[in-house]
Design a protein around this ligand. Structure first.
Ligand code: NAD
Length: 302
Protein backbone atom coordinates (compact mmCIF):
# COMPACT_ATOMS: atom_id res chain seq x y z
CA UNK A 1 0.00 0.00 0.00
CA UNK A 2 1.18 3.55 -0.65
CA UNK A 3 -0.35 6.05 1.72
CA UNK A 4 -2.28 9.10 0.66
CA UNK A 5 -0.29 12.15 1.74
CA UNK A 6 -2.63 14.40 3.74
CA UNK A 7 -2.20 17.97 2.47
CA UNK A 8 -2.23 20.03 5.66
CA UNK A 9 -1.73 23.26 3.77
CA UNK A 10 -4.86 22.66 1.68
CA UNK A 11 -6.98 21.65 4.70
CA UNK A 12 -5.66 24.67 6.64
CA UNK A 13 -6.64 26.96 3.74
CA UNK A 14 -10.19 25.58 3.94
CA UNK A 15 -10.32 26.25 7.70
CA UNK A 16 -8.96 29.78 7.20
CA UNK A 17 -11.57 30.48 4.51
CA UNK A 18 -14.32 29.28 6.90
CA UNK A 19 -12.89 31.51 9.67
CA UNK A 20 -12.92 34.49 7.31
CA UNK A 21 -16.54 33.82 6.31
CA UNK A 22 -17.52 33.36 9.97
CA UNK A 23 -15.80 36.67 10.80
CA UNK A 24 -17.90 38.41 8.11
CA UNK A 25 -21.10 36.88 9.48
CA UNK A 26 -20.05 37.84 13.02
CA UNK A 27 -19.40 41.43 11.98
CA UNK A 28 -22.86 41.64 10.42
CA UNK A 29 -24.49 40.25 13.59
CA UNK A 30 -22.40 41.99 16.27
CA UNK A 31 -21.48 45.23 14.52
CA UNK A 32 -17.76 44.70 15.13
CA UNK A 33 -15.03 42.30 13.95
CA UNK A 34 -13.64 39.50 16.15
CA UNK A 35 -10.62 40.77 18.10
CA UNK A 36 -7.36 38.92 18.80
CA UNK A 37 -4.56 40.18 21.07
CA UNK A 38 -1.21 38.41 20.89
CA UNK A 39 1.31 39.07 23.67
CA UNK A 40 5.04 38.46 23.32
CA UNK A 41 7.46 38.87 26.23
CA UNK A 42 11.13 39.01 25.28
CA UNK A 43 12.97 38.62 22.00
CA UNK A 44 13.10 34.87 21.29
CA UNK A 45 13.55 34.81 17.47
CA UNK A 46 11.25 31.80 16.86
CA UNK A 47 8.52 33.35 19.06
CA UNK A 48 8.87 36.66 17.19
CA UNK A 49 8.17 34.86 13.90
CA UNK A 50 5.19 32.93 15.34
CA UNK A 51 3.66 36.07 16.84
CA UNK A 52 4.13 38.10 13.66
CA UNK A 53 2.49 35.34 11.59
CA UNK A 54 -0.44 35.08 14.00
CA UNK A 55 -1.08 38.83 13.94
CA UNK A 56 -0.75 38.95 10.14
CA UNK A 57 -3.13 36.02 9.65
CA UNK A 58 -5.65 37.64 12.01
CA UNK A 59 -5.59 40.84 9.95
CA UNK A 60 -6.00 38.84 6.73
CA UNK A 61 -9.04 37.11 8.27
CA UNK A 62 -10.66 40.50 8.89
CA UNK A 63 -10.13 40.55 12.66
CA UNK A 64 -9.15 43.44 14.87
CA UNK A 65 -5.56 42.40 15.55
CA UNK A 66 -3.35 43.70 18.36
CA UNK A 67 0.23 42.75 19.08
CA UNK A 68 1.80 43.61 22.44
CA UNK A 69 5.59 43.31 22.53
CA UNK A 70 7.00 43.55 26.05
CA UNK A 71 10.67 43.52 27.05
CA UNK A 72 12.22 40.37 28.56
CA UNK A 73 12.57 42.28 31.86
CA UNK A 74 8.77 42.68 32.18
CA UNK A 75 7.55 41.76 35.67
CA UNK A 76 4.84 39.18 36.27
CA UNK A 77 2.69 41.95 37.81
CA UNK A 78 2.97 44.09 34.65
CA UNK A 79 2.04 41.14 32.43
CA UNK A 80 -0.92 40.27 34.68
CA UNK A 81 -1.98 43.91 34.45
CA UNK A 82 -1.98 43.74 30.63
CA UNK A 83 -3.97 40.47 30.74
CA UNK A 84 -6.51 42.15 33.04
CA UNK A 85 -6.89 45.07 30.64
CA UNK A 86 -7.38 42.70 27.68
CA UNK A 87 -9.89 40.66 29.72
CA UNK A 88 -11.87 43.87 30.30
CA UNK A 89 -11.73 45.07 26.66
CA UNK A 90 -15.12 44.17 25.10
CA UNK A 91 -13.67 44.26 21.56
CA UNK A 92 -11.07 41.57 22.31
CA UNK A 93 -12.33 37.98 21.99
CA UNK A 94 -9.03 36.12 22.01
CA UNK A 95 -5.91 36.56 24.17
CA UNK A 96 -2.81 34.57 23.31
CA UNK A 97 0.29 34.84 25.49
CA UNK A 98 3.15 33.33 23.48
CA UNK A 99 5.11 30.62 25.31
CA UNK A 100 7.77 30.16 26.57
CA UNK A 101 7.71 33.09 29.02
CA UNK A 102 10.90 34.35 30.72
CA UNK A 103 11.86 32.19 33.72
CA UNK A 104 11.05 34.95 36.24
CA UNK A 105 7.37 34.78 35.26
CA UNK A 106 5.08 31.97 36.47
CA UNK A 107 3.49 30.88 33.16
CA UNK A 108 0.69 28.92 34.80
CA UNK A 109 -0.35 31.95 36.87
CA UNK A 110 -0.50 34.06 33.70
CA UNK A 111 -2.44 31.46 31.68
CA UNK A 112 -4.91 31.05 34.56
CA UNK A 113 -5.45 34.84 34.65
CA UNK A 114 -6.79 34.86 31.09
CA UNK A 115 -10.60 34.96 30.91
CA UNK A 116 -11.49 31.35 29.89
CA UNK A 117 -13.95 32.78 27.35
CA UNK A 118 -10.99 34.51 25.62
CA UNK A 119 -8.51 31.65 26.06
CA UNK A 120 -7.92 30.87 22.36
CA UNK A 121 -4.93 28.63 23.19
CA UNK A 122 -7.23 26.43 25.32
CA UNK A 123 -4.70 26.13 28.17
CA UNK A 124 -6.86 27.60 30.98
CA UNK A 125 -7.90 24.96 33.57
CA UNK A 126 -11.58 25.66 32.80
CA UNK A 127 -11.10 24.74 29.12
CA UNK A 128 -8.85 21.78 30.01
CA UNK A 129 -11.59 20.61 32.40
CA UNK A 130 -14.42 21.00 29.88
CA UNK A 131 -12.45 18.94 27.36
CA UNK A 132 -11.67 16.26 29.95
CA UNK A 133 -15.35 16.18 30.98
CA UNK A 134 -16.31 15.36 27.40
CA UNK A 135 -17.73 18.83 26.71
CA UNK A 136 -15.38 19.86 23.90
CA UNK A 137 -18.31 21.65 22.25
CA UNK A 138 -18.36 24.14 25.17
CA UNK A 139 -14.57 24.48 25.36
CA UNK A 140 -11.88 26.36 23.51
CA UNK A 141 -9.64 23.47 22.41
CA UNK A 142 -5.84 23.84 21.96
CA UNK A 143 -5.02 24.68 18.35
CA UNK A 144 -2.56 21.93 17.37
CA UNK A 145 -4.70 19.05 18.74
CA UNK A 146 -7.86 20.54 17.20
CA UNK A 147 -6.06 20.84 13.85
CA UNK A 148 -4.72 17.28 14.09
CA UNK A 149 -8.29 16.03 14.59
CA UNK A 150 -9.51 17.78 11.45
CA UNK A 151 -6.75 15.97 9.54
CA UNK A 152 -7.84 12.64 11.09
CA UNK A 153 -11.41 13.40 10.06
CA UNK A 154 -10.33 14.29 6.50
CA UNK A 155 -8.68 10.87 6.23
CA UNK A 156 -11.10 8.54 8.01
CA UNK A 157 -14.34 10.43 8.83
CA UNK A 158 -15.77 11.85 12.04
CA UNK A 159 -16.58 8.62 13.92
CA UNK A 160 -13.75 6.53 15.30
CA UNK A 161 -16.03 3.95 16.94
CA UNK A 162 -14.35 0.54 16.98
CA UNK A 163 -10.94 2.03 16.09
CA UNK A 164 -7.79 1.76 18.17
CA UNK A 165 -5.98 5.07 18.55
CA UNK A 166 -2.47 5.42 19.96
CA UNK A 167 -1.08 8.80 21.00
CA UNK A 168 2.68 8.90 21.56
CA UNK A 169 3.44 11.81 23.94
CA UNK A 170 1.59 13.04 27.02
CA UNK A 171 2.22 16.79 27.01
CA UNK A 172 -0.51 19.19 28.12
CA UNK A 173 -0.14 21.07 24.83
CA UNK A 174 -0.55 18.15 22.40
CA UNK A 175 -0.62 14.55 23.70
CA UNK A 176 -3.27 14.79 26.44
CA UNK A 177 -5.75 17.02 24.56
CA UNK A 178 -5.43 14.90 21.37
CA UNK A 179 -6.19 11.79 23.45
CA UNK A 180 -9.31 13.49 24.90
CA UNK A 181 -10.50 14.48 21.42
CA UNK A 182 -9.97 10.94 20.07
CA UNK A 183 -11.93 9.57 23.04
CA UNK A 184 -14.73 12.04 22.34
CA UNK A 185 -14.89 10.58 18.80
CA UNK A 186 -15.37 7.10 20.33
CA UNK A 187 -11.88 5.73 19.61
CA UNK A 188 -10.31 3.29 22.07
CA UNK A 189 -7.31 5.33 23.16
CA UNK A 190 -3.86 4.38 24.44
CA UNK A 191 -1.46 7.11 25.56
CA UNK A 192 2.20 6.09 25.27
CA UNK A 193 5.15 8.12 26.57
CA UNK A 194 8.83 8.03 27.50
CA UNK A 195 8.26 5.40 30.23
CA UNK A 196 6.15 3.06 28.08
CA UNK A 197 7.46 -0.51 27.59
CA UNK A 198 7.61 -1.88 24.02
CA UNK A 199 6.47 1.22 22.18
CA UNK A 200 6.73 -0.49 18.74
CA UNK A 201 4.22 -3.19 19.79
CA UNK A 202 1.77 -0.57 21.07
CA UNK A 203 2.10 1.50 17.90
CA UNK A 204 1.35 -1.63 15.82
CA UNK A 205 -2.14 -1.79 17.39
CA UNK A 206 -3.06 1.68 16.09
CA UNK A 207 -5.66 2.29 13.41
CA UNK A 208 -4.98 5.97 14.13
CA UNK A 209 -1.46 6.85 15.30
CA UNK A 210 -0.73 10.38 16.55
CA UNK A 211 2.94 11.12 17.24
CA UNK A 212 3.76 14.13 19.44
CA UNK A 213 7.18 13.34 20.83
CA UNK A 214 9.88 15.60 19.40
CA UNK A 215 12.30 12.74 18.54
CA UNK A 216 13.31 12.81 14.86
CA UNK A 217 12.02 9.75 12.96
CA UNK A 218 11.57 7.70 16.16
CA UNK A 219 8.62 5.79 14.70
CA UNK A 220 9.67 3.35 11.98
CA UNK A 221 7.77 1.77 9.10
CA UNK A 222 7.54 -1.63 10.81
CA UNK A 223 5.79 -0.01 13.82
CA UNK A 224 2.81 0.91 11.61
CA UNK A 225 -0.30 -1.26 11.28
CA UNK A 226 -1.14 -1.79 7.60
CA UNK A 227 -3.80 0.73 6.56
CA UNK A 228 -3.32 3.01 9.60
CA UNK A 229 -3.84 6.78 9.53
CA UNK A 230 -0.65 8.46 10.78
CA UNK A 231 -0.63 12.03 12.11
CA UNK A 232 2.89 13.33 12.73
CA UNK A 233 2.84 16.35 15.05
CA UNK A 234 6.58 16.36 15.73
CA UNK A 235 8.75 18.89 14.01
CA UNK A 236 12.51 19.15 14.49
CA UNK A 237 15.30 20.70 12.45
CA UNK A 238 18.20 18.28 11.89
CA UNK A 239 21.51 18.59 10.01
CA UNK A 240 21.29 17.60 6.32
CA UNK A 241 24.91 17.36 5.12
CA UNK A 242 23.67 15.62 1.93
CA UNK A 243 22.19 18.98 0.91
CA UNK A 244 25.50 20.76 1.40
CA UNK A 245 27.63 21.93 4.28
CA UNK A 246 25.69 23.52 7.14
CA UNK A 247 22.29 22.70 5.56
CA UNK A 248 19.37 21.47 7.64
CA UNK A 249 15.94 19.94 7.04
CA UNK A 250 12.71 19.55 9.00
CA UNK A 251 11.62 16.09 10.09
CA UNK A 252 8.81 14.69 12.17
CA UNK A 253 8.57 11.91 14.74
CA UNK A 254 7.80 9.38 12.00
CA UNK A 255 10.13 7.97 9.31
CA UNK A 256 7.69 9.18 6.66
CA UNK A 257 8.85 7.25 3.59
CA UNK A 258 8.94 3.93 5.49
CA UNK A 259 5.57 4.56 7.14
CA UNK A 260 3.95 5.69 3.87
CA UNK A 261 4.64 2.23 2.42
CA UNK A 262 2.36 0.69 5.08
CA UNK A 263 -0.18 3.34 6.15
CA UNK A 264 -3.33 4.37 4.27
CA UNK A 265 -2.84 8.08 4.94
CA UNK A 266 -0.04 10.11 6.52
CA UNK A 267 0.77 13.76 7.21
CA UNK A 268 4.08 15.07 5.85
CA UNK A 269 6.55 17.26 7.76
CA UNK A 270 6.54 20.10 6.90
CA UNK A 271 3.11 20.74 5.39
CA UNK A 272 0.99 18.49 7.62
CA UNK A 273 -0.07 19.47 11.14
CA UNK A 274 2.08 22.65 11.18
CA UNK A 275 -0.15 24.80 8.94
CA UNK A 276 -3.25 23.69 10.87
CA UNK A 277 -2.15 25.33 14.13
CA UNK A 278 -2.43 28.93 12.97
CA UNK A 279 -5.63 28.18 11.03
CA UNK A 280 -7.18 26.80 14.23
CA UNK A 281 -6.14 29.95 16.12
CA UNK A 282 -8.26 31.93 13.66
CA UNK A 283 -11.08 29.40 14.09
CA UNK A 284 -10.83 29.61 17.90
CA UNK A 285 -10.88 33.42 17.86
CA UNK A 286 -14.00 33.64 15.71
CA UNK A 287 -15.56 30.86 17.83
CA UNK A 288 -14.80 32.79 21.05
CA UNK A 289 -16.34 35.90 19.48
CA UNK A 290 -19.56 34.04 18.64
CA UNK A 291 -19.84 32.42 22.07
CA UNK A 292 -19.16 35.71 23.89
CA UNK A 293 -21.97 37.38 21.93
CA UNK A 294 -24.39 34.48 22.50
CA UNK A 295 -24.29 33.45 18.80
CA UNK A 296 -24.22 29.79 17.65
CA UNK A 297 -20.78 28.20 17.51
CA UNK A 298 -19.42 28.03 13.92
CA UNK A 299 -18.25 24.62 12.58
CA UNK A 300 -14.78 23.92 11.23
CA UNK A 301 -14.85 20.16 10.79
CA UNK A 302 -13.51 18.59 7.57
P1 NAD B 1 6.95 17.74 24.99
O1 NAD B 1 8.44 17.67 25.02
O2 NAD B 1 6.22 18.59 25.96
O3 NAD B 1 6.38 16.26 25.16
C1 NAD B 1 6.96 15.16 24.52
C2 NAD B 1 6.30 13.88 24.97
O4 NAD B 1 6.93 12.79 24.30
C3 NAD B 1 6.42 13.62 26.46
O5 NAD B 1 5.14 13.33 26.97
C4 NAD B 1 7.32 12.39 26.59
O6 NAD B 1 6.87 11.49 27.57
C5 NAD B 1 7.19 11.75 25.22
N1 NAD B 1 8.45 11.08 24.83
C6 NAD B 1 9.70 11.59 24.85
N2 NAD B 1 10.59 10.68 24.41
C7 NAD B 1 9.90 9.56 24.12
C8 NAD B 1 10.24 8.28 23.62
N3 NAD B 1 11.51 7.97 23.33
N4 NAD B 1 9.27 7.39 23.45
C9 NAD B 1 7.98 7.70 23.71
N5 NAD B 1 7.58 8.91 24.17
C10 NAD B 1 8.53 9.83 24.37
O7 NAD B 1 6.59 18.09 23.49
P2 NAD B 1 5.23 18.70 22.83
O8 NAD B 1 5.09 20.12 23.17
O9 NAD B 1 4.10 17.77 23.06
O10 NAD B 1 5.66 18.61 21.29
C11 NAD B 1 5.93 17.37 20.66
C12 NAD B 1 6.40 17.62 19.24
O11 NAD B 1 5.38 18.29 18.53
C13 NAD B 1 7.63 18.52 19.12
O12 NAD B 1 8.41 18.08 18.01
C14 NAD B 1 7.05 19.87 18.83
O13 NAD B 1 7.95 20.70 18.10
C15 NAD B 1 5.88 19.49 17.98
N6 NAD B 1 4.80 20.50 17.98
C16 NAD B 1 4.36 20.93 16.77
C17 NAD B 1 3.35 21.88 16.72
C18 NAD B 1 2.87 22.33 15.37
O14 NAD B 1 3.07 21.65 14.40
N7 NAD B 1 2.27 23.45 15.26
C19 NAD B 1 2.78 22.38 17.89
C20 NAD B 1 3.23 21.89 19.13
C21 NAD B 1 4.24 20.93 19.16
Amino acid sequence: MTARIIDGKAVAATVTAKARAAAEAFKAAAGRPPGLAVVLVGEDPASQVYVRNKSREAEAAGFRSEQHNLPATTSEAALLDLVARLNADPGIDGILVQLPLPKAIDASRVLTAIDPAKDVDGFHPVNVGLLAAGSAEKALVPCTPAGAMILVESAIGASLAGKQAVVVGRSNIVGKPVAQLLLQRDATVTIAHSRTADLPAICRTADVLVAAVGRPELIRGDWIKPGAVVIDVGIQRIPAPERGEGKTRLVGDVATAEAAAVASAITPVPGGVGPMTIAMLMANTVTAAHLREGLPRPAFNA
